[in-house]
Write a protein that binds this ligand. Structure first.
Ligand SMILES: [Zn+2]
Length: 64
C-alpha cells in the first residue's frame, strides 16, 4: 500500500519573502531618518534633520 505523495509549493517564495523583508526594513529606516532622527543614532548632529526638514513638515511630523 503506497501513500500518494503530494508536492506542495509555498504560496510565497522564499526569495520574494526575503525581498519584501529587505524592502520593509529599508523603508522603516528611511521613515526613521525622515521623521525621528535627531542625530543620536546617525551621529551626524543635526545634518540629517536639516536635510529631511521639508519632508518632516510635509508629512506633518512635529518638529519645532
Ligand atoms: Zn521644522
Amino acid at each position: 500500500m503506497s501513500k500518494a505523495q503530494t508536492i506542495t509549493t509555498p504560496a510565497v517564495s522564499a526569495r520574494l519573502l526575503a525581498t519584501a523583508a529587505g524592502f520593509t526594513a529599508m523603508m522603516l529606516l528611511l521613515a526613521y531618518l525622515v521623521a525621528f532622527d535627531q542625530g543620536a543614532l546617525s551621529q551626524t548632529g543635526m545634518y540629517l534633520h536639516e536635510l529631511m526638514h521639508d519632508g518632516r513638515h510635509l508629512l506633518g511630523v512635529p518638529c519645532h
